[in-house]
Design a protein around this ligand. Structure first.
Ligand code: DGT
Ligand code: CA
Ligand code: CA
Ligand code: ZN
Length: 585
């Protein structure tokens, strides 16, 4: 299905380019229409090759372009269009409230082709001469520009991951007929699983002689905006959305050393180099050396091992005590054992059409099962979330009955009838206790009053965490990555309350949330409180967010034994039953 979205995005961008170039609005609208049709298409567009032009709104020439994309991964005419528009003009479109019309005007009438010039002209007042450009509009663009300036230089991990994977896939294809796949790995903050990424760092194991071919291939990618620099060992490009990608070509004997170096983080590397020096050696991106003699370099593990360390997973390489721990593991002949995606056996937070989800109970259960989950909880919104169609008490009881009747028929998967009950501003819950007592599973989450002061937030969350009918605190701060700070409670107090009442705390895996965040996970794990890595799925595709939750948990040093939904179904059920018995008292 992602092909549909990819092609839709391409048509949407083509429409922008046409508008920027001053093409007639009929042509622009026709392209937008195709994008809309593709977005709404229920089946994979690749399956309709022959009958594409029968889709409403898709003419013969659009059908040809779609076929070209399916064949080659790009559309020649669109690539040509893009090359007629300066990248800086495309970038101006990322400023909120600045549409194509204004961008076209700024370009054609004021000659502005980059954001720096735009900033300068907004300040010197010269734009006031343009038609329709008043003080108010200029102030608005300025305000939004300041916001973009901050947010635009880092992208969310899910966005960066999709882009990185796509470039890696392209680079992995053999360069010669009959040749083997190339070794490719993204490094930097993405490999460390940070929630936002400044730029991408991709390593290709190969020969400097291949640099030209690699650069050509990168240039052909549909996401590429421009190649900034292409040398023998390093190629830098900017995507159309202006994300920088550094690609480095590394010989096999230095592969591990380069992986280590470019994965970082910077402070981790500084400490590691100091350690090497203390041992009379030298560490750089080419290898570990004693004098001129190379000791290690082919594999990352060889380098850490030679330095007396159990290789720390990339996610913990932040200079937060991982080298000391790696040394003690090495001495004990042990290795790091952080939770993996394969460890996850259940998902205890998801929505159906009863509130704001996209699928029925039957369908979401079937999908969860198809994905290998052994237990799930269906947790639609509670009554005060009316904009998300939160359930009244009566609808909740009917819904729980409906879930249980599906649960009885479902084989090899345990299905719990639950609720995502709102934690109100004072910490009370959105349903009465006698209602909550009728459910198998209660996620308590804050959704409103997310700007209250830290003291109130602490009281609120401590109260919810102490409630005997709650099983897990859902996305506890309510923050959204890069756009909403959310609650800032005194986390140790919240964690203590959770430990006292024996509940879990969620690591919401959705890349927009990642809540709890990495550093808070570490506190929870150290306190011995279980975490629950939930996708909060509102659609099938949302189950794909799980890896971001796992990365965040790993950044907080979580092992499988720290994760509630890494337990076997039987163990989980036992815990649930014991908790139910306890609540009765
Ligand atoms: P980002 O891109 O801001 O999300 O964070 P990183 O960690 O990917 O940082 P980046 O792209 O500047 O550099 C990639 C890695 O290269 C970094 O994690 C560590 C490594 N590196 C080692 N030493 C240095 C150094 O002296 N300067 C820079 N810029 N990078 C270094
Ligand atoms: Ca980077
Ligand atoms: Ca970089
Ligand atoms: Zn939810």
């Amino acid at each position: 299905m992602s092909t549909n979205a990819d092609i839709a995005a391409l048509f949407e961008q083509a429409a922008d380019m046409l508008a920027l170039l001053g093409e007639n609005s009929f042509k622009v609208l026709a392209h937008r229409k195709v994008a809309r049709v593709l977005e709404d298409l229920p089946q994979d567009v690749a399956s309709l090759k022959g009958s594409l032009d029968e889709l409403p709104g898709v003419g013969e020439s659009s059908a040809e372009k779609i076929k070209e994309y399916l064949r080659t991964g790009s559309v020649g005419e669109f690539t040509a269009l893009r090359q007629q528009v300066p990248p800086g003009v495309v970038q101006m479109l990322t400023i909120p409230s600045l549409g194509v019309k204004t961008a076209a005007q700024l370009w054609h009438e004021a000659g502005i082709t980059d954001i720096a010039t735009l900033k300068q002209k907004l300040d010197d007042g010269s734009l006031l001469a343009l038609n329709g450009m008043g003080e108010k509009k200029i102030a608005k663009i300025k305000a939004n520009l300041a916001f973009v300036g901050k947010e635009a230089d880092r992208v969310r991990v899910d966005v960066a991951m999709a882009i990185a994977q796509s470039y890696c896939d392209l680079l992995e294809q053999p360069f010669r007929p009959g040749g083997g796949a190339t070794q490719v790995q993204y490094c930097g903050s993405l490999r460390r699983g940070r929630e936002t990424i400044g730029d991408l760092d991709i390593l290709v194991c190969g020969d400097a002689a291949e640099a030209g071919q690699i650069a050509q291939r990168l240039a052909s990618h549909s996401l590429t905006g421009q190649i900034v620099a292409a040398g023998e060992t390093k190629i830098t490009l900017r995507t159309r959305a202006n994300l920088q990608v550094d690609v480095r070509i590394v010989p096999a004997e230095s592969w591990g050393a380069a992986l280590q170096y470019f994965t970082g983080g910077k402070e981790h590397n500084v400490k590691l180099r100091e350690r090497a020096v203390r041992q009379g050696r030298k560490l750089n991106e080419w290898g570990l050396f004693r004098g001129e003699e190379p000791i290690a370099g082919r594999l990352e593990e060889d380098i850490y091992q030679a330095l007396g360390l159990a290789t720390p997973p990339p996610e913990v390489r932040e200079d937060h005590g991982e080298l000391e721990h790696a040394e003690s593991l090495f001495k004990a002949k042990a290795s790091w054992q952080l939770v993996t995606i394969a460890d996850i056996k259940g998902d205890l937070h998801m929505h159906t059409t009863a509130s704001d989800g996209a699928h029925s109970i039957d369908d979401i259960v079937a999908e969860a099962k198809r994905r290998g989950l052994k237990y799930i909880a269906i947790t639609d919104h509670s009554k005060s979330q009316f904009q998300a169609r939160g359930l009244t008490v009566q609808r909740l009881i009917e819904h729980a009955n409906a879930i249980r009747s599906v649960a009885r028929k479902a084989k090899d998967i345990l299905v719990l009838a639950g609720s995502e009950v709102d934690i109100l501003a004072d910490g009370s819950l959105d349903y009465e206790d006698d209602v909550l007592a009728q459910l198998d599973w209660v996620v308590a989450s804050p959704h409103a009053a997310l700007t209250q002061d830290p003291d109130k937030a602490t009281v609120r969350l401590v109260r919810a965490a102490s409630h005997p009918l709650v099983h897990v605190l859902g996305h506890p701060t309510g923050r959204l990555v890069g756009t909403r700070r959310g609650l800032e409670p005194d986390m140790p107090q919240v964690i203590s309350a959770a430990r006292r009442s024996g509940i879990a705390i969620e690591v919401n895996a959705n890349a927009h949330r990642l809540d709890l965040r990495d550093m808070h996970v570490r506190l929870v794990v150290e306190a011995g409180v279980p975490i629950c890595i939930n996708t909060d799925a509102h659609s099938f595709a949302d189950f794909d967010q799980l890896p971001f939750g796992v990365l965040t948990a790993r950044r907080g040093w979580a092992k499988a034994s720290d994760v509630m939904n890494a337990r076997s179904a039987a163990d989980f059920k036992r815990w649930l039953d014991s908790r139910r018995d306890a609540a009765k008292w």
